[in-house]
Write a protein that binds this ligand. Structure first.
Ligand SMILES: O=P(O)(O)OC[C@H]1O[C@H](O[C@H]2O[C@H](CO)[C@@H](O)[C@H](O)[C@H]2O)[C@H](O)[C@@H](O)[C@@H]1O
Length: 276
C-alpha cells in the first residue's frame, strides 16, 4: 500500500521522521468523523470497518496512540471498541477526562452544566426548535444536534445565538461542530490536551487527525510544537461540511476510509512490507 504524500514541507518532514523513528512517534485521533463515519444518530456511531484493527496493529509499532474527543471518554471507548488497542489513552470531553486501561480520571464539572441541563429544554421550546432537534446530555456538557431536522443549517442559525447567550450566563463555552452546538466547560480544548500528552510522552513526531472545528486547536498545538523540535503532521479527515480543517492540514484523506488506508500504509511501511 503506498502512502499519500503531505502537501506541505513541514508535513513531509514529519512523515519522514515518523517512519524513521516510529518508536518515538505519537499518533492521536479524533473519534466522530475521523475514526467513525458521521451518522444521523450519535448513539449509533461505530468505527469505520477494520480501522480499530489497523489502529491496534499500529499501536504495536509506534511509541503511543491516543484518541482526543468531545465525547465522554467511556462513550468513545464503548462505541469504538477502543479497549482493543494496546496502551491507548482516550482523552474525553476535550481533555477533561482521561481513560486508560479501564480507569477514568476526570476534573469536576462546573455548576453551569446543571443550569444548562435545567434551562435547555424550555429554551428550545421557546425558540420553536424544529422537529428533529435533539439534546445529547453528555454529563459534563450538553450538545444540541440539528442533523435530523429538515434544514440542519437553518436550525443551527436559529438556535445558536440563544445557546451562546445561555452558555455565557452559565460560565460555559459554546463549541460549534458538524450540525451541533455544544455547551461545555471552559478551560479545556484539544490543543491543551494534546500538548499535555506530548509533554508526558516526549515524542519526536506527532500525527494528529481530525475533521471538525473542535480539532483546530489540536492542529494549532501541532504547529506550535514544531518550534520546540517536535515534528508534526496534521491530517484532515475530509467532509463537505467543514472546509477549514482541510485548509489547515498538511495531508487530506478522504474521511475515515482514507484514514484507514493511511494507517494501514504507515504500518506496512514501518514493517517494510509496503511493496514500495
Ligand atoms: O471530538 P469528536 O470525537 O469528533 O466528537 C465531536 C462530536 O461528535 C458527535 O457528533 C457528531 O457525530 C454524530 C455521529 O456521527 C453526528 O450525528 C453529529 O452530527 C456530529 O456533530 C457527538 O455526538 C458529539 O457529542 C461530539 O461532541
Amino acid at each position: 500500500m503506498s502512502l499519500p504524500q503531505p502537501s506541505t514541507d513541514a508535513g513531509r518532514t514529519a512523515l519522514d521522521a515518523f517512519l524513521s523513528a516510529p518508536e518515538r512517534a505519537l499518533a492521536a485521533f479524533d473519534f466522530d468523523g475521523t475514526l467513525a463515519p458521521i451518522v444521523a444518530d450519535p448513539r449509533t456511531s461505530a468505527p469505520y470497518p477494520g480501522i480499530v484493527d489497523v489502529l491496534a496493529d499500529l499501536a504495536g509499532l509506534i511509541g503511543s496512540v491516543a484518541v482526543v474527543t468531545g465525547r465522554p471518554a467511556e462513550t468513545a471507548v464503548r462505541l469504538g471498541g477502543l479497549d482493543r488497542v494496546p496502551g491507548i489513552t482516550v482523552l474525553g470531553h476535550y481533555g477533561a477526562e482521561r481513560w486508560e486501561g479501564g480507569r477514568v480520571v476526570a476534573v469536576p464539572a462546573p455548576p453551569g452544566v446543571e443550569v444548562v441541563r435545567e434551562e435547555l429544554p424550555g429554551l428550545l421550546d421557546g425558540l420553536g426548535a424544529p422537529e428533529g432537534t435533539w439534546i445529547e446530555d453528555k454529563g459534563r456538557s450538553l450538545a444540541v444536534h440539528t442533523r435530523r431536522t429538515a434544514d440542519p443549517d437553518g436550525a443551527l442559525a436559529l438556535l445558536t445565538p440563544a445557546l451562546s447567550e445561555l452558555a455565557r450566563r452559565s460560565d460555559l463555552q459554546v463549541e460549534p461542530g458538524r450540525m451541533v452546538v455544544e455547551l461545555r466547560p471552559l478551560g479545556v480544548d484539544k490543543g491543551a490536551a494534546l500538548t499535555a500528552l506530548v509533554a508526558e510522552a516526549g515524542p519526536r513526531t506527532v500525527l494528529y487527525a481530525g475533521d471538525d472545528l473542535g480539532d483546530l486547536p489540536a492542529f494549532d498545538a501541532v504547529v506550535g510544537l514544531r518550534s520546540q523540535g517536535v515534528e508534526g503532521l496534521n491530517v484532515c479527515s475530509s467532509s463537505d461540511e467543514v472546509t477549514a480543517v482541510a485548509e489547515a492540514a498538511d495531508l487530506v484523506v478522504s474521511g475515515p476510509a482514507g484514514l484507514a488506508d493511511l494507517l494501514g500504509g504507515l504500518a506496512d511501511t514501518i514493517r517494510g512490507t509496503s511493496g514500495a
